[in-house]
Ligand binder design. Structure first.
Ligand code: SAM
Length: 290
């Protein structure tokens, strides 16, 4: 029997008198087939370390520990620490780290608990209230994670993996796809969780690119431009850029010149621009001194 088996989960929760904290995004998976598929998607073996975020009562952790070298599981809720010690007592390769993942000193923790010569993958059923901050925190940490296999709200997974000219495409697609490839592997109905969340979920697999997808002169500036282009999705690129940089004649002239140089029409919407278009535009704007 698996921890994720509905009756086992219920029994563990009852034995420890555990009550869910909605504010911590606590929706526990009770479908062993789905957990198996997540672990399979991550392609683990004894030469790979795993970071898990939010092990809950250990439903996914169990599958990860069976395959990986070490599993470092960050759990913010200290009430879950004794439960995890109990439910995962058969595994000597799991380290529960009772910390907020957004505040944890990841390089120090990895040095402390993992063989530094092995690649690290992130595998998790994320707390949905902070999906994007967690992903950006991990991606921008510059730790060379090999893959991310993470469950999140389907709507966010669609936004991250979206192509240009779609409704879901936006600054989040650009922020992630700059560093990683991103693909929705399968979707998960809300009914397999307790308690059930009010959204459907998806498993997203992201793999770090050897180099960012596009070369830019200034990364921060590139991300700022891509955000500015989507502030008002229905407005044209020109309107979003003038809202961002200002409407003086001098600024407008620089904007027009930069758009021309980048080969981008001012009348289009941000969603029509690829990452390469945003890179050319950001470089041209930067060169124009904006
Ligand atoms: N992995 C379990 C499963 O699949 O059943 C639980 C997943 S549940 C969606 C999210 C977990 O993340 C909860 O256990 C919650 O306490 C934990 N969590 C929430 N915020 C966190 C944070 N900032 N850092 C670490 N863990 C967090």
């Amino acid at each position: 029997m698996r921890i994720a088996d509905y009756r086992v989960t219920r029994a563990i929760l009852e034995r420890h008198g555990f009550t869910f904290k909605k504010a911590l995004g606590q929706n526990f998976l009770t479908d062993a087939n789905i957990l198996q598929k997540i672990a399979d998607t991550a392609e683990l073996d004894r030469n790979v370390n795993v970071i898990e975020i939010g092990p809950g009562i250990g439903a996914l952790t169990e599958f990860l520990a069976e395959k990986a070298a070490e599993v470092m599981a960050f759990e913010i809720d200290d009430r879950l620490v004794p439960i995890l010690a109990d439910s995962l007592c058969d595994f000597s390769n799991v380290k529960i780290i009772n910390e907020d993942i957004l505040k944890a000193d990841l390089p120090a923790r990895i040095k402390e608990f993992a063989n530094p010569n092995l690649p690290i993958k992130v595998v998790a059923n994320l707390p949905y209230y902070i999906t994007t901050p967690i992903l950006m925190h991990l991606i921008e940490s510059k730790i060379p994670f090999a893959d991310f296999v993470v469950m999140m709200q389907k709507e966010v997974a669609d936004r991250i993996s979206a192509e240009p000219n779609t409704k879901a495409y936006g600054s989040l697609s650009i922020a992630v796809q700059y560093y990683m490839t991103a693909k929705v592997v399968f979707t998960v109905p809300r009914t397999v969780f307790i308690p059930s969340p009010n959204v459907d979920s998806a498993i997203l697999k992201m793999t770090r690119r050897e180099q960012p997808l596009v070369m830019v002169k200034d990364e921060d500036f590139f991300f700022r431009i891509s955000k500015a282009a989507f502030v008002h999705r229905r407005k044209t690129l020109w309107n979003n850029l003038t809202s961002h940089f200002g409407k003086s004649e001098e600024t407008k002239a620089k904007l027009a010149e930069s758009l021309k140089k980048a080969g981008v029409q001012p009348s289009v919407r941000g969603e029509t621009l690829s990452l390469a278009d945003f890179a050319s535009l950001a470089d041209a704007l930067k060169e124009a001194g904006l």
